[in-house]
Design a protein around this ligand. Structure first.
Ligand SMILES: [Zn+2]
Length: 1136
């Protein structure tokens, strides 16, 4: 061991997760430091181990020491008395010591765990790092969010171990808590990569673009991020954008060889697969050219060689293809795709034994390789070994369903859907065909035939590569090793489900029909694999083997290596500037090291803040207190919630176990007899009391002319008005099937398009007409869907043209019928829809679109569909998937008729449970489209209301209620949101406002702007509501003042800009958070874009080149803040 320098010693003390990626401890240059880090780890481990021993053995000594200390510390004594009883169960590792001892002891002990995590992380020992961090978290559950370096560290560890769900959660919280975190750009990049991987493309793009914004040092280059963005377009099939992105990169001078190889590979493969890129011949030539360039740039890339092989195979250059595959197998270790493709080549060359062995290689490397299992089945079938074929097909289908159930694969599965539907349909046909064959032919006769190939059982269990060895000497040497390393042949052999064989005999007629489609499968299959993006294939491969705690080493698939290359390449790129960075980071580290939890939080001590800032302060006191806040660091994280609150997260469900009856509660409903009922205060009370309520007979009681919203009237009024269309599969209301895998699922698929009211009306009418024709001979449909008077068994031609389902089939499979749902028709235009909007004035105030008692009327500008009316035009089965309303506002929904709608609803207290089930089903709660499986909800003890909304019924959806709706018949609905002036509504709205920030989801209700307007416009007598609004004003005013101080300290002038009447609220053009009062404007692509402070700082840390504008005079905000007081008199709760 060399001499440890003083600097190194200091550095180790300061090291934490923020050095990750910047400090390369594996470099020989840092050998001494590495030794020191390892030594420190040993010391910490000893300390932690001994700490435990000490606490059980030497309590006496500790007590003496503490007594001495206490005599000089009265406050400590007080604390001890207070908490000595309560803390015993919380901190089980200290038994007999008193609180004082606990505090100091566990403070050190717990911090040692965190430090241990950091050091392991820097050494690249991710499992060890995670384990230490998790232990730390266990002790810090009540305040871990104040330690940002910890959240970053555990996020990186999760990321490296490919526990993406947890990595995403950590990183999202970190950005919420500290958008100006030293490594925020690294966080955005990794979030972008993971969200892309999970199919959350929109947010992925947002994060990648935010990562690009930074001018800070980073471990990745701008070009690498741009490559990821181009790839993001590619996986979304946005070919033009992807191609432009890639080509842009090739024109860059300082592009690295590795990146160049990646770009050429992607471009080459796109030319091979994407038809819109030109003539086939030309595309193939381009593909070969680019792939060869990719191999030139990076001769070690097995992936490019594999793809080259695929291109050669595609144009029948068999020899070249074999050569490329063989090279690929040498370069990229044991890739199942390569072996599968080799099998295809052999099969095409009529070499079944070789093909068999290649496929076996593939499925042994990846037991769930669907394409290989399918191809193997086809191979067996072509050799007349039906039993083996049957087993292989079953394994292929098993793979498909497995794929759906595994984490993070939903979106990929959907993307593959077009292909897999074809494939699995073919597969299920083959399976039922074989079942028929096998059930007719007695088993022995099949097995007694002389077989051309050894059975799947034999092939699986034999050391398979004997013959491969002789053919491909080099590869064979490494193959057995890999197999034993990655997929030890330990599982049971592929199944022979005998029991099923004897059942379900199939009519001979169908066998003939299906017998000819074998060729089709082969085509489908080959097509399938060529359409899949290479990276996607590999993503699924790697996920198959993904283990939550430990990652298989040595199975670097391409996505993984794309992710990994960041760390590798970037280390190279930034090695030169390493010293500079270390200085920068050490500076940071010095300023926020041990006390990071104080410095990082709100720019000042968190505990200090909670005592200093109170809603009882007037604006002068507030200003004085802000002056005391540090301005060397930018103020971060403006929450409108309580100071020092944990980052918002979905709540646990109420713990009481519900009986079956309680899980199916009756829906609160009232029947209105007359107008007086409708206007009685009891009706509003009733609605506000329940999570959801149905007000029956409302239209009749108020003599509302619902005919104004009938399709006929709408067409007469505005035939060309735009309608958004969702094409959906018709399903029974309490079920949601994925027909391709014959399974109930949560993901609810619909495709979006646009049409006009007149055209949709035509479709709606013809769908109804068709149903009348079909209803006469067929009364079965009534039995299938009880409660629906008329059922359609067909679609208009327009709708069918979108799907490949033919009408004959549909009678057998009612589930796969497609329908079109006309949604989000905007009725906000007061001129266009005057009679309709006027009619709605007849509603009682609490349900009206505009009313002084409705918070949304105080926003001051239009929020489409929220404080304006939207119309929905439906045919039977039209689905509005599960959701909570934007920012948890209440909603009003009136069924115009003539048909009914069926509603499902879960009380808001259970939304966290529904959220978790979405997560379990790999679907985004906020961005995804989901239809809950009712049994899943009951199993989780989540109650569900279920009821029918008849024409003229109003449904009141209370704040936060989760709901989903399906039309039973043909009908129109109208809907909008309202915000009753209650503490409950307001608190749910701001809670969601904050949670949306964590999720990088835009809040379309600008809650800060709204709160200031409420303070201007209304008098509040409800103490809780008052306190909540005042807290929001306090927090935002404090933030505004702090930002202004900070901006002035940077020497930037703030110019008064004012605000136009009814002008829309401001949102950051980068991160989409609401920006209140202080706007940072930067010209981007000739447009003036509003930024929040954090995003402005990313662009320009000194704020140079950025214009800072102010919308309100400070004096005005102060006046509003000071004059907003609790209204103590009885009477009206609001005035305007
Ligand atoms: Zn921003």
């Amino acid at each position: 061991m060399g001499q440890i320098s003083f600097e190194d010693d200091c550095l180790v003390r300061e090291l934490d997760s923020r050095y990750y990626g910047f400090l390369d401890l594996s470099s020989p240059k840092n050998a001494d430091l590495r030794t020191l880090v390892q030594q420190t780890i040993t010391n910490l481990q000893n300390y932690i181990a001994n700490g435990k021993v000490q606490e059980t053995q030497s309590t006496c000594d500790n007590k003496n020491a503490i007594q001495k200390y206490e005599s000089s510390n009265v406050a400590g004594e007080h604390m001890e008395n207070n908490s000595s009883q309560n803390n015993e169960d919380i901190k089980p590792f200290v038994k007999e010591t008193n609180d004082k001892d606990e505090k100091t002891h566990d403070e050190q002990y717990v911090n040692a765990l965190c430090k241990l995590g950091h050091l392991h992380l820097l050494l690249g020992e991710y499992s060890e790092a995670l384990s230490a961090y998790q232990k730390y978290l266990r002790f810090r559950e009540s305040n871990y969010w104040t330690n940002h370096a910890f959240i970053y560290g555990i996020g990186v560890a999760y990321f490296k171990l490919r526990c993406f769900k947890w990595a995403i959660k950590s990183f999202q919280e970190l950005l919420y808590l500290s958008p100006n975190f030293a490594c925020a750009n690294e966080v955005h990049l990794r979030l972008g990569l993971m969200l892309k991987h999970c199919g959350e493309f929109q947010i992925a793009l947002k994060h990648l673009q935010l990562a690009l914004l930074y001018t800070y040092p980073s471990t990745f280059s701008e070009l690498q991020v741009k490559f990821q963005i181009a790839h993001l377009y590619e996986v979304q099939n946005k070919h033009k954008a992807a191609k432009d992105g890639y080509e842009f990169l090739l024109n860059e001078k300082n592009i690295s060889l590795e990146l160049k190889a990646d770009v050429y590979r992607q471009l080459g493969w796109m030319y091979h697969c994407v038809e819109c890129l030109g003539e086939k011949k030309e595309r193939e030539a381009n593909a070969l050219n680019f792939l060869q360039k990719s191999i030139e740039a990076d001769p070690k890339s097995g992936q490019s060689l594999y793809l080259l092989g695929r291109c050669y195979a595609g144009i029948n250059k068999v020899h070249d293809a074999f050569l490329a595959y063989r090279n690929s197998v040498e370069k990229s270790e044991g890739n199942a795709d390569t072996w599968c493709s080799i099998g295809v080549l052999y099969q095409q060359q009529n070499q079944p034994t070789d093909a068999l062995q290649a496929y076996i290689c593939a499925v042994q490397l990846d037991k769930d390789h669907k394409a290989a299992w399918t191809n193997l089945g086809i191979l067996y079938e072509s050799c007349g070994q039906l039993r083996d074929a049957y087993a292989c097909y079953l394994n292929a289908t098993k793979q498909i369903s497995f794929q759906k159930s595994s984490l993070f694969r939903r979106k990929q599965a959907i993307r593959m859907k077009k292909d897999t539907i074809g494939l699995s349909k073919g597969l299920s046909q083959r399976i039922s065909f074989l079942e028929g064959q096998l059930s007719q032919a007695p088993l022995p006769s099949i097995t007694s035939k002389r077989r051309q190939l050894c059975s799947i059982e034999e092939a699986w269990n034999l050391p398979i590569s004997l013959e491969m060895n002789s053919r491909q000497q080099q590869t064979a040497q490494m193959l057995p090793r890999q197999i034993s390393k990655q997929s030890p042949i330990q599982g049971p052999p592929p199944p022979y489900p005998h029991s099923q064989l004897s059942q379900s005999p199939i009519p001979a007629k169908r066998i003939k029909e299906d017998g000819s489609s074998q060729q089709e499968i082969i085509q489908n299959n080959v097509q399938l694999s060529s359409q899949l993006h290479p990276n996607l294939i590999n993503i699924s491969d790697s996920l198959n083997q993904r283990n939550f705690n430990a990652m298989p080493e040595g199975n670097k698939t391409s996505e993984q290596s794309v992710v990994d290359t960041f760390d590798d390449i970037s280390n190279d790129i930034y090695k030169q500037s390493e010293t500079i960075k270390l200085e920068r980071l050490s500076h940071d580290a010095l300023s926020n090291s041990e006390d990071s939890r104080h410095n990082d939080y709100n720019g000042g001590g968190a505990s200090e803040l909670s005592t200093t800032f109170k809603i009882q302060m007037d604006s002068k006191q507030l200003m004085a207190a802000v002056k005391l806040l540090p301005i060397d660091e930018p103020p971060v994280h403006c929450t409108v919630l309580q100071v020092n609150a944990p980052p918002p997260s979905p709540p646990d469900c109420p713990p009481q176990k519900l009986t079956r009856d309680q899980l199916l509660p009756p829906t609160p409903s009232v029947h209105l007899e007359n107008k007086k009922n409708a206007f009685s205060p009891q009706l509003q009370e009733f609605c506000l009391k329940h999570p959801i309520a149905v007000v029956r007979g409302l239209a009749g009681a108020l003599k509302l002319d619902l005919g104004l919203f009938s399709t006929k009237t709408l067409v007469e009024a505005n035939p060309d008005h735009s309608v958004e269309v969702r094409t959906q599969v018709h399903q029974s209301p309490d079920e949601n099937w994925d027909t391709s895998q014959g399974k109930r699922v949560w993901a609810c698929i619909s495709h979006r398009s646009h049409t006009t009211i007149a055209k949709y009306a035509q479709y709606q009418a013809s769908s109804f007409q068709d149903s009348l024709k079909l209803i006469l001979p067929q009364d079965e449909s009534d039995k299938v869907f009880p409660g629906s008077q008329v059922m359609s068994d067909s679609d208009s031609k327009d709708s069918v043209s979108n799907s490949n389902i033919n009408l004959k089939r549909k009678k057998h499979k009612i589930n796969s019928k497609m329908l079109r749902f006309g949604t989000n028709v905007d009725l906000s235009d007061e001129k266009k829809w005057k009679p309709q909007l006027t009619e709605l004035q007849k509603l009682p105030a609490f349900a009206r679109v505009i009313s002084a008692a409705n918070m949304l009327s105080h926003v001051g500008h239009v929020i489409l569909g929220m404080n304006t009316v939207q119309l929905y035009m439906k045919v039977p089965g039209s689905r509005t998937p599960g959701h909570q309303e934007n920012n948890n506002f209440c909603s009003i929904n009136i069924n115009i008729g003539p048909g009914d709608c069926e509603w499902f609803a879960v009380p808001d207290a259970y939304w966290g449970g529904v959220h978790n089930l979405c997560e379990k089903n790999n679907i985004s709660y906020l961005h995804g489209s989901w239809w809950p499986v009712l049994e899943d909800l009951y199993k989780e003890n989540i109650p569900v209301y279920r009821f029918i909304q008849k024409p003229g019924d109003l449904v009141w959806v209370n704040a936060g209620c989760v709901h989903w709706v399906q039309s039973v018949g043909w009908c129109n609905n109208i809907a909008w949101n309202v915000g009753p002036l209650t503490a409950r509504q307001y608190s749910l709205a701001i809670e969601r406002y904050e949670w949306n920030k964590v999720q990088a989801f835009k809040s379309i209700v600008p809650m800060v702007h709204l709160s200031w307007n409420l303070a201007r416009n209304i008098k509040v007598s409800d103490t809780k509501l008052f306190e909540l609004i005042k807290m929001c004003l306090l927090q935002t005013l404090k933030n505004v003042l702090h930002i202004q101080e900070y901006v002035k300290s940077k020497g930037v002038e703030i110019r008064f800009n004012g605000r136009g009447k009814n002008e829309a609220s401001r949102y950051c053009g980068q991160c989409e958070v609401e920006v209140f009062n202080v706007l940072f404007i930067k010209e981007q692509e000739k447009r003036h874009v509003v930024h929040c402070l954090s995003c402005a700082l990313k662009l320009s840390p000194s704020l140079q080149g950025i214009v800072c504008l102010e919308e309100y005079h400070l004096s005005e905000l102060q006046r509003v803040y000071d004059s907003f007081t609790l209204h103590r008199t009885q009477g009206l709760a609001y005035t305007q």
